[in-house]
Ligand binder design. Structure first.
Ligand code: FES
Length: 359
């Protein structure tokens, strides 16, 4: 029997004042004029709660670009969903936070680009942004809300992993995420400039281990090494169509945020079809859903029900075929593509502002 999804990821807008070169949004951004309106999102949140969804992640782009964000939080909260706001924090002033708390926000995740203000602002393409984020973090914890400090790490900032972990501790975050860049969309385009070296990765992994020991019982540190340096893939999104529904700003329902990179899938719109029908019946969610689907080279593998053959979008990005095994797996016939990418010369001389961000 098909289990209910656990989480709804609502990309309520693709608008964003930042221009990070590893942005997880698709290369083709949806226009503000195409966004679902307040009432439509409220209906979708109700459908999600009815379907059994527990967590709502309000993300973007920058979700605070939507002036109706407090209304959206309130409607979600009234359905019983646990609401998590994923934001850069650059516009999270006292009034904005008070409005969100009044609406019932449960948790806020702030993203940071670095521990050094100059570098962080350069990577984000937003002067003064780091200082605003620090102020936003202080407001969140002073208000008693749980805070996750999310640091996206890559070749340009990984040498400061010690300072980054210390900053997370100083912020009194209940959770620190050290998130290596995932190479989809904009990050795939800028991969040569972003991919860490093996020496950087090993030093960072050791630093995280030491911090976990030091902060045990106080702060959780999430850390997963970059796919390209692994030997086996991850169960991306917990398996295609198994745990997550991602809805784009215009209302397209997808099994993951990068699914529009797959060329021959058509995604149903929440404007026309209920989430329950989409989850159970849409071709896009069923196409790569286990156990009916498994990459040919993964059949018979004892890890199939652990990783489900890995990430469909990564398989497509690297091989041109979303149905193949994720090439990060050492058993994949395409694993040489990952090895070659790791040995491609990095572009250390590229400065972050010249990465191709979306602006
Ligand atoms: Fe789409 Fe992994 S990002 S399946």
């Amino acid at each position: 029997m098909l289990a209910a999804p656990i989480a709804l990821i609502a990309e309520i807008t693709h608008r964003c004042p930042l221009s990070c070169g590893y942005c997880s949004n698709p290369l083709e951004l949806e226009r503000a004029s195409a966004e679902l309106d307040t009432a439509s999102w409220a209906r979708v949140f109700g459908e999600a709660a009815d379907l059994g969804v527990l967590h709502l992640h309000l993300t973007g782009g920058e979700p605070m670009s939507r002036r109706d964000l407090p209304s959206l939080v309130r409607s979600a909260s009234e359905t019983g969903l646990y609401t998590n706001l994923i934001t850069s924090g650059v516009t999270l002033d006292d009034a904005a936070l008070a409005g969100l708390i009044d609406a019932g926000i449960d948790h806020i995740q702030l993203s940071f680009q670095d521990s050094l203000a100059g570098s962080a602002d350069m990577i984000a393409g937003y002067r003064g942004g780091h200082a605003r984020k620090l102020a936003a973090a202080a407001r969140i914890t002073a208000a008693g809300l749980p805070l996750t400090a999310n640091f996206v790490v890559h070749r340009r900032n990984l040498d400061r992993i010690g300072e980054i972990l210390a900053l997370g501790e100083d912020l009194a975050a209940s959770r620190i995420e050290i998130a290596h860049v995932q190479y989809h969309g904009w990050a795939l385009r800028n991969r040569a400039a972003l991919m860490p070296t093996l020496a950087q990765l090993e030093a960072a992994t050791n630093a995280v281990q030491a911090a976990r020991e030091r902060l045990k019982g106080r702060t959780v540190i999430d850390y997963v090494i970059p796919d390209y340096y692994g030997t086996r893939p991850k169960a991306c999104m917990g398996g295609w169509g198994q745990r997550i529904i991602n809805v784009s700003p215009s209302g397209l329902a997808m099994p993951c945020h990068a699914a529009t990179s797959l060329p021959d899938l058509t995604f149903p719109s929440v404007r026309e079809v209920s989430l329950a029908q989409i989850w159970a019946g849409s071709e896009a969610f069923r196409r790569f859903r286990a156990p009916a689907f498994a990459p040919e080279s993964c059949r018979g593998c004892d890890r199939l029900e652990i990783d489900w053959g890995g990430c469909r979008c990564q398989a497509h990005a690297l091989t041109g075929d979303a149905a193949r095994a994720d090439p990060v797996c050492v058993l994949s016939p395409d694993h040489h593509l990952v090895v070659e990418a790791l040995h491609a010369p990095g572009r250390d001389e590229v400065i972050a502002r010249s990465m191709t961000g979306h602006g």
